[in-house]
Ligand binder design. Structure first.
Ligand code: PLP
Ligand code: ZN
Length: 366
């Protein structure tokens, strides 16, 4: 199919190839058309997210660019008297769920013949992009906040990407990447619609793994909120195909030091406030002050009867340790969701928590 974008803010339509990273009006792009979910089209012999190839809106010439991402296992766990079902997203090829979006996006970039991309990230998105660029032979230049933790930077470098540390808050790295995108393609995990398409496969997999049922709730660590939003799209597809009756409640967990989605949700606002400040937190992967898709993310949470919760660093550490003592080693950003579960009201039925990032990413800090 020809991939076409439309702007979520002003409705402008443009061909994806050659489109800028966002609309001239400043709004993020969305895919103009998305294929429906069809169980019959699942390629069951593939144990990666590419089993859903027929449901991915990619250019016809795109080939799956895979390092074995997706189809992560479920592990049930009792934590402080609550049963949760963990989905082990940290088993992804580069150690975080970002590989879902990156694999799908890189397949398109490669089909479009791009040779150079830029990205900004606090670590995991960049490590993921660097790996898939290594796979397909695209040069990647990555702008990272200078405070990003050591193992992530080492990982990005190991894949052969060019690393540009940027002083100051997370946003400065984003701005540097946007400025560099004049001559190179900005493969942004926050903006690119194909990233969301990769993330939606999380919902498809859960639907298969829970034998056609939707869980009662899914609890995400949320920064840009794109994992949550992609999952919402996936469940929307399943509901439209009449395969589930209701959507799971989607719950976002943020660090109390940086909680724009929380503030907006609590105050009934449709978007995050433009004067949020960014405090210090060990949950570096969700330290995002101005998530560009916040209006969509907030709508998704409200539409599903979900919630936004905040957790303190001590609670994150405690959750990280509690999981490690059961053999699951995850990074602090990822542990924020587990800490959030403790603050969730009682929920009948299954609560799923994606364990989004590996503890090896922040080794020595637990
Ligand atoms: C990126 C990231 C998140 C947050 O995902 P968003 O889509 O930005 O909400 C959570 N956990 C880990 C480990 C991450 O790398
Ligand atoms: Zn627009």
């Amino acid at each position: 199919m020809d991939v076409t974008f439309h702007c979520v803010r002003c409705g402008r339509r443009v061909p994806a190839l050659g489109a800028s990273w966002r609309c001239a009006c400043g709004g993020p792009f969305e895919l103009a058309e998305r294929p429906p979910f069809s169980p019959a089209a699942i390629e069951g012999e593939l144990h990666t997210l590419w089993r859903y190839r027929a449901m991915l809106p990619l250019p016809d010439s795109a080939r799956p660019r895979s390092l074995g991402e997706g189809f992560t296992p479920l592990v049930p766990l009792d934590i402080d008297g609550r049963r949760i079902v963990c989905k082990l997203e940290f088993l992804a090829p580069t150690g975080s769920f970002k590989d879902r979006g990156t694999s799908v996006l890189t397949s398109a970039l490669s089909a479009w013949g791009l040779t150079d991309v830029v990205e900004d990230s606090s670590g995991n998105a960049a490590a993921s992009l660097a790996a898939y660029c290594a796979l397909v032979g695209i040069r990647a230049r990555i702008f990272v906040p200078a405070y990003a933790s050591g193992p992530k930077l080492a990982q990005i470098r190991a894949y052969g990407a060019e690393l540009v540390p940027v002083q100051g808050p997370r946003e400065h790295a984003a701005r540097a990447a946007q400025q560099a995108s004049e001559g190179r393609y900005y493969a942004s995990h926050a903006y690119h619609p194909l990233h969301l398409e990769g993330n939606k496969t999380f919902a498809y997999e859960l639907w298969e793994q829970l034998r056609g049922r939707a869980p009662e709730a899914i609890v995400f660590p949320a920064g840009h909120g794109t994992f949550l939003l992609g999952t919402y799209r996936g469940y929307g597809d399943l509901k439209r195909a009449e395969l589930i009756e209701r959507l799971p409640r989607l719950v976002a967990v943020q660090s109390e030091a940086c909680a724009p989605l929380f503030e907006a949700f609590r105050s009934g606002a449709e978007d995050v406030s433009s004067d949020m400040t960014q405090g210090e937190t060990i949950a570096e992967g969700i330290r995002i002050v101005r998530p560009p898709r916040a209006p969509d993310v907030l709508r998704a949470i409200r539409d599903t009867g979900g919630d936004v919760l905040i957790v303190a660093d001590e609670e994150i550490r405690r959750a990280q340790r509690a999981l490690a003592h059961r053999g699951l080693y995850i990074e602090p950003t990822s542990a924020a969701a587990v800490a959030g579960v403790q603050k969730l009201g009682r929920i009948a039925g299954t609560t799923v928590v994606p364990l989004t990032g590996s503890g090896l990413k922040a080794a020595g800090e637990a």
